[in-house]
Design a protein around this ligand. Sequence first.
Ligand code: SR1
Ligand code: MG
Length: 407
Amino acid sequence: HDDRYEALTPELLPERLGALDALTSRVGSAEGWQVEEVGDGNLNLVFIVRGQGAAVVVKQALPYVRLVGDSWPLPLTRAFFEHEALVRQAARDPGRVPEVLHFDRTQALIVMEFLSPHVILRGKLIAGERVEGVAEALGRFCARTAFYGSDLSMNAENKKADATLFLDNVALCDITEQLVFTDPYCKAERNHHTPELAPIVASLRADEAVRDAAQFMLIRFTAGPETLCHGDLHTGSIMCTDTETRVIDPEFGFYGPMGFDLGMLLANFLMAYFSQPAHRDSPDEMQDWLLSVVMETCATFENEFARLWTEERTGILFPARLGHGEAALRRLMAHIWNDAMGFCGCEMHRRCLSLAHNADFETISDTGLRARLEARNLEMGRQLLVARGQVPDASALVALAHEYNGK
Ligand code: SR1
Ligand code: MG
C-alpha cells in the first residue's frame, strides 16, 4: 500500500504511520497513540496524534475540495507546494511557521509540529481576544518573505527556477483566480450572499469600474511573479496564543506580487473590525485595537523591508552600482502598497460574495445586522479597488475604515 495514495482515517493512521521515526521519536509507539481528525478548513484532513505526553500534526490533502465534495477534484500536489513553501518560509523568517518533521509526496501528507496552546486567530478576534505582538510578527513575516523570495535578494537563476517550479500550482491559483477576482463580480454557481445585501450586490456587479479594477488586480496576480507568496494569508491561516503568532497553511504558494500577502491580511483585519459590533455590546475597544494592528503591521512591514533593502540587497534589482537611494525605495514601497490595497479590496468582496465566506460575518445569525456590517465592508472594498491611489498609506486606510464603520 506504500505507493498508492490512500486517505487516512483516525483508525488507519497508526497502522500506516506507526513505523515513522518522525512520529515515534516524538509520540512513542503506535499502540499508545490517540488520533483525532480536527480539520475545519476548506480543503484537507488534519489529524492530531497524541502519545507519551506529546503530540504532532498530520496534514493530508484530499483529492477533492473538502468543503464541496468529490464533485470538485483538486490535485494532491498541493501538499508538495505547501511543503516547499514551508521550507522556504522557515529559512526566511525562522520560527514563524511550524517545524516540518516528515513529508510524503505520494500520500500528500506532512507531519509537523503541533502548535499548542495556539488557536486560530480568527476565532480569537471574534471572541474579542487580543494577541500581543501579532502585528510585529506578521508585518515582519510579510516583509521578509516578500524580500527574500524576490529579485532584490535571490540569485536570478535560482529565482527563475523556483518561479518555474511553483508555476505548477495551477489548480490552487485557479481557485484564487475564480473565487477572489472573478466570481464576486458576476452571477456564478458557487456564489452566495446574505439576502438583505441584494441591492448592494447588484450595484457592485453593475459597476464597470469595479469589475475592471478587479481584473487589473487579476493581471497583477497572474503576471507579477515578484516573490514567493504565502497565497492564502487570512486570519484562519494564523495560529496564536495570547503572546505568540505562527503562520500555517501555505498550500496556495505561488510567485506573485510583493503586496499580495499584506493586502489579503489587512483585508482580514478589516473584516474582523467591521464585524465586531455583532459580537459584543461595546465593540469600540476591540475595534480600536484592530486598527492599531493594521497600523502596526504596515509600519513593521515598511521598516523591515527598508532594513532589508538597505542591508541585504544581493539580487539583480536596484544593484548598489546604480546608486539608488531613499527615493527608489519609496517608489518601490508605493508600488507594493498600491497592489496591496487592490488585493485588500478584492478579498473584502469575495468573503461576502463568492464561495468561501469567513466566520467573522457568517456567525452573525441576525441576517439584517450581518448585511449592514457586510455592506460597510463591501463599500470600503469598492473604494479600495477603484480609488486606491487616494489611499496612500496605513493612516489613510484606517481613516477610511472609520468612515465606513460610521455609515
Ligand atoms: C475552495 S477553497 C476556498 C478557499 O479556502 C482557502 O482557504 C482559500 O482561501 C480559498 O479561496
Ligand atoms: Mg488553508
